[in-house]
Write a protein that binds this ligand. Sequence first.
Ligand SMILES: [Ca+2]
Ligand SMILES: [Ca+2]
Length: 224
Amino acid sequence: MAITLQKGQRINLKKDNGSKLNDFCVGCNWGAITREKKGLFGFGTSKEVEDVDLDLSCIMVDSDGKMIDYIYSPEYRKEFLASRGQKPGKLDSDDRALHHSGDDRKGDADGDDGLDNEIITVDLSRISPRTEQIFFFLNNAGKGDFAEIPYASIRMYEGTPQTVKEVFATYNVASDPMYKDKRAVIMGKLYKKDGEWKFSAIGDATADSNLCDTIDRILETYAR
Ligand SMILES: [Ca+2]
Ligand SMILES: [Ca+2]
């Protein structure tokens, strides 16, 4: 049975059969916004689909709370990142333990397709020994806020980005009034405790208008 995570919940990565999660996907599934539009002269209605560009990213932090690696979209403007002290985006961690499936700029236009739109695959056995925490977060790169998005959820599952084998845990992060004016969600972190990896569902929504604000916030408030 998949665990439905609650804000603040901490879980170990043990499965029902007693084995541990090692190779898995952290994915985010979301929908585009559909608006009803009145037809010409007020006759009939048509549907207008508005793309939703969420960006799934993560940063790796060492035991001093310092950021030592990251994954975020290479589509972010290099000049902007540099002005905020961040390097150009990339889809692989330096230790090759984590890999991002690439930027989705639209969301599901025809309803929930059951597949995640952006996915970071994780191989815990390859993570650099220096990494103590990995924070996963979502930024809305388009307009609007999370309250308008019909659905957005994060989940951890075994399988591949194309085939979901077994869902371990899920967490819903949209279409709730609490997300009004919120444009970023710090979803959770993988963290090492006594040599074992665990997951903590943070679930904090923020008004951060860009990735660099969220990275700064995580490093200042969550990583220590
Ligand atoms: Ca995106
Ligand atoms: Ca989807």
